[in-house]
Design a protein around this ligand. Structure first.
Ligand code: UD1
Length: 420
């Protein structure tokens, strides 16, 4: 059997320029929102990643017409089905975005959650409570959830937690509901603001995005529109993490520092340097990192998606660092792999204590999720000796050609096909 691995020889500084594309987490809900109109919706500057490919498959399976022109994805036509096929729902957590869009557009949606599929393990109660507040009925069967509503009504919805996906789903449902919806305790992520920008271009009436109170005034038919999503702050942060451990100077072309305050601040210290210049930023590090205490949280706090890439930096920082994960339970799958590289990490509940005094060396590593995998690549780029990282398919979900990105910057990294 053939398997892809990343072969990485660490220790080379990174120099040059890399282009930051549209954020995965903005592109995915935008593609779902394109189902709210039969008119063409064009999402520009999309990254070539498998999560986007899978989303395109879901849209096609539902009956939408999709055209890909370079990095532009154009969606038109109306969904003819209201069922997200089980194999696609299982492959992609983001098919949950179809709940809001299909409920609004077709009045019904069935999302399969086959046994053992990770989608079922992550709760959807905030999404579903919101739909019910808007008059939808929700039925739970053994392997699917069915939501239906003859007519959605505007409602006051209080989120018990600022869930990104629930905020997006409820906004999408509310744009076609009768009357006004108020989402109280909404998530504030820049990707949500980007989605609202698209919906507004389509003719929706929404205010308050980027604040905890989002108000949506339901409208009838929506138009087509063209949108450029916000740049991917997690990809930009991952490249910064690699520069921090390897040393070097990299221009992140297209990155937007204005939404990256919490991502950037733990990187800043006596040995790093950041320059912002119109539509770009350049990050420089001499590879001498100091210990930091970081805690993840909803925007504007430090993003959970940067937890693993930044923990890789903490393994190289002198002294004791801490990383507290408050958004997801069980998001430390990379810790055991970092330990194989020589890292000294102790886990206590949701906190990792990282003693950066250990020397990091190459090892045989296995990525078990997208961001954890990116963290292992960062760690291996800084380590002495050779590493291999398997589980590349997880990394491909959110990083476009990660090996090419780092090779172009001077990293010694190659994608290999090995027989196992
Ligand atoms: C989105 C991002 C993901 C990021 C996460 C948190 C996309 C495609 N994915 O995921 O990359 O890591 O935000 O920034 O945008 N929760 C519930 N009930 C719900 C919904 C969520 O308990 O109904 C919990 C989750 O289990 C988790 C927390 O709320 O512990 C945050 O989840 P949420 O913000 O919904 O994340 P996603 O939208 O799935």
């Amino acid at each position: 059997m053939k398997r892809e691995i990343l072969r990485i020889r660490g220790g080379r500084p990174l120099f040059g320029r890399t282009e930051i594309r549209g954020a995965k987490n903005a592109v995915l809900p935008m593609l779902a929102a394109s189902l709210l109109t039969p008119e063409p919706v064009t999402v520009r500057n999309c990254p070539f990643i498998t999560d986007v490919d899978d989303m395109v498959c879901v849209l096609r399976a539902l009956g939408a017409d999709i055209e890909r022109r370079g990095r532009d994805i154009i969606v038109s036509g109306s969904p003819s089905l209201t069922e997200i096929p089980p194999h696609l729902a299982c492959a992609m957590r983001s098919s949950v975005f179809m709940l809001g869009a299909l409920l609004a557009e077709r009045g019904e949606v069935r999302l399969f959650t086959p046994g053992g599929c990770r989608i079922g393990a992550r709760p959807l109660d905030i999404h579903l409570d919101g739909f019910m507040r808007m008059g939808a009925k929700v039925e739970f069967a053994e392997d699917y959830i069915l939501c239906h509503a003859e007519k959605l009504r505007g409602a006051e919805i209080v989120l018990r937690y600022p869930s990104v996906g629930a905020t997006e789903n409820l906004v999408m449902a509310a744009v076609k509901a009768e009357g006004i919806t108020r989402i109280i305790g909404a998530a504030r992520e820049p990707e949500i603001v980007s989605l609202v920008r698209l919906l507004r271009k389509m003719g929706a009436e929404i205010s308050g995005e980027g604040t905890p109170l989002v108000t949506v005034c339901g409208t009838g038919a929506l138009d087509g529109a063209t949108v450029t999503p916000v740049p991917d702050r997690i990809v930009a942060g991952t490249v910064m993490a690699a520069v921090a451990v390897c040393g070097g100077r990299v221009e992140l072309s297209g990155a937007d520092s204005s939404s990256m305050g919490a991502v950037i601040s733990p990187f800043l210290g006596a040995h790093t340097f950041l320059v912002e210049h119109g539509g770009s930023m350049t990050f420089e590090s001499d590879g001498m990192l100091s210990s930091t205490d970081v805690c993840t949280g909803p925007y504007p706090l430090f993003p959970t998606d940067m937890q693993a890439p930044f923990m890789a930096c903490q393994c190289y920082a002198s002294g004791m660092s801490t990383m507290r994960e408050t958004v997801f339970e069980d998001r430390f799958s990379h810790v055991g792999e970092l330990v194989k590289m020589g890292a000294k990490i102790a886990l206590a509940g949701n906190t990792a204590f990282v003693d950066g005094s250990a020397g990091m060396h190459g090892a045989e590593l296995r990525a078990a999720d997208l961001r954890g995998g990116a963290g292992l690549v960062v760690a291996a780029l800084g380590a002495e000796g050779e590493s291999s990282v398997s589980g590349v398919r997880y990394i491909d979900r959110g990083y476009e050609n990660i090996e090419e990105t780092f090779r172009n910057l001077g990293g010694n990294i190659a994608l290999e096909s090995v027989t196992v």
